[in-house]
Write a protein that binds this ligand. Structure first.
Ligand SMILES: [Zn+2]
Length: 458
């Protein structure tokens, strides 16, 4: 029988069944294969490395884990072949899918963000077309229906050097606070109108319950006590290996990025691997430190990730609007991504979220550092503002700082450019910009800086 005749017969059969059975029809359900308990939302193929030992533990507990990658990591390097740009992205997607299959994570999606080699979260969000990408992340949350989202910490720390990581955290947080709202991206939750519908998606709004972050800040001790910590030395009952070793085996697929290190691992015996894993700088057998982000169910910040999780759907509660930011008289504050994060934390009720007490960054020694500041005049009279900058020996302002005249209501963001010393150092230096009006200090902005041997541009 030809395929066409089989299909035609199937149609006749289903029509006759429908005609005979006049009982209640079952209502179509969301596809259960897509459902997850934990959704990892990260930027690049290999970003899972910081938490993969914990993901393996979750799967041993019978939890479902899925992952969304915002970019293909096409700005990385290639130690395996000549492919670069989008072709490298394809190679890295392949590596990631092999790695996650080894870990046991089957459901992995890649979205359309572009790998942005910069530390500035705002450049990443712009390059990804923020709104378009948010629509995709919200869709993935509604499709996968996670109880918990784990993502990068959206904040700037020395060592957290990638704007894309931070942007993944920003989008994950925005999706957490909006995927349950049926008025957000309503075509996704609209009823499909025809059999071959391509525009209206038939999803239900979904409110995740908890959100956790992780970070690759150089000083990871600062996050101790800010969230649950999961040792990786226990032996997995299904894999008969310590969890750190499961994570290491997952990592070995990322050859384009870490070929020589992975080759070194390949040349070691078990005893040598265990020794390396315990060493401070490799740290494979150290605990996975999560940072508490947000919970809509009662729980303690350092309690287990699944503490307080309720079965089923959680009602959407619109996050309360932050009180307006207060400004008075003449003021100076830090601008750029740091300023964005102040607004972001307030908008998403994250005022308790980990952040550097004094803004900080790591840049390559001998390069230009930009200190963004915002001058404001919220008073009733025009004002003249004088800026002075202090910095370590060997650093220099690129241009002398002019005086500024601000009319009432003026808000002026500017960048102060500083040439840093040419020698890298683990010491952390501080630069400060002091503003004076009418001979009186109105404020000082400080930035802690580590001069590294390289790294992404600011
Ligand atoms: Zn990354």
């Amino acid at each position: 029988m030809s395929i066409r005749r089989i299909l035609a017969l199937g149609l006749v059969l289903s029509l006759s069944v429908a005609a005979q059975d006049r009982g209640a029809q079952p209502v179509p359900k969301a596809d259960d294969r897509l459902k997850t308990d934990v959704l990892l939302i990260v930027a690049h193929p290999d970003d899972e490395t910081g938490v993969s030992a914990y993901l393996a533990q979750l799967m041993d507990q019978g939890k479902r884990v899925a992952a969304v990658y915002l970019t293909h990591g096409e700005a990385g390097h290639n130690n395996m072949g000549r492919e670069r740009g989008p072709s490298l992205g394809a190679a890295r997607e392949m590596e990631l899918r092999h790695a996650m299959a080894q870990l046991g994570v089957q459901n992995v999606w890649f979205l359309d963000g572009k790998d942005t080699p910069s530390q500035d979260v705002l450049q990443s969000l712009a390059n990804w077309r923020h709104g378009t990408n948010l629509e995709e992340v919200v869709r993935m949350v509604r499709i996968t229906r996670p109880s918990v989202i784990i993502t990068w910490l959206p904040a700037i720390f020395i060592g957290e050097n990638h704007g894309d990581h931070q942007a993944a955290g920003v989008l994950a947080m925005e999706a957490f606070d909006s995927a349950g709202d049926p008025s957000v991206f309503p075509a996704q939750v609209a009823q499909p109108r025809k059999v071959n519908e391509t525009l209206l998606e038939g999803l239900a709004p979904w409110q995740p319950q908890k959100m956790y972050f992780f970070s690759d800040a150089s000083d990871d001790k600062q996050f101790k006590g800010k969230g649950p910590e999961y040792p990786t030395t226990a032996v997995s009952p299904t894999r008969h290996l310590p969890y750190w070793r499961v994570a290491m085996d997952e990592f070995r697929f990322h050859l384009t990025q870490y070929r020589s290190y992975i080759d070194k691992l390949g040349s070691m015996n078990e005893e040598q691997l265990t020794k390396l894993a315990g060493a401070d700088q490799d740290g494979w057998s150290g605990p996975v430190q999560l940072i508490f982000g947000k919970s809509l169910v009662p729980c303690t910040p350092t309690g287990d990730v699944f503490e307080g999780i309720k079965p089923g759907l959680l009602a959407f509660v619109r996050p309360s609007a932050p009180s307006p930011m207060q400004h008075s008289g003449i003021s100076i504050e830090i601008g750029g991504p740091w300023h964005f994060y102040e607004n972001f934390r307030r908008a998403h009720n994250l005022t308790e979220m980990a952040k550097a007490e004094t803004p900080e960054i790591s840049v390559a020694a001998g390069t230009t550092l930009q200190l963004p500041v915002i001058l404001r005049n919220d008073g009733g009279e025009p004002a003249e503002i004088t800026l002075t900058a202090t910095m370590p020996d060997g650093w220099a302002l690129k241009n002398t700082l002019p005086r500024y005249r601000l009319e009432p209501g003026d808000v002026y963001p500017l960048e102060i450019e500083v040439t840093t010393a040419g020698k890298k150092s683990d010491q952390i230096s501080e630069i400060a910009c002091r503003a004076e009006a009418a001979g009186r200090e109105v404020g000082t902005v400080k930035l802690r800086v580590r001069l590294a041997g390289g790294g992404l541009p600011q």
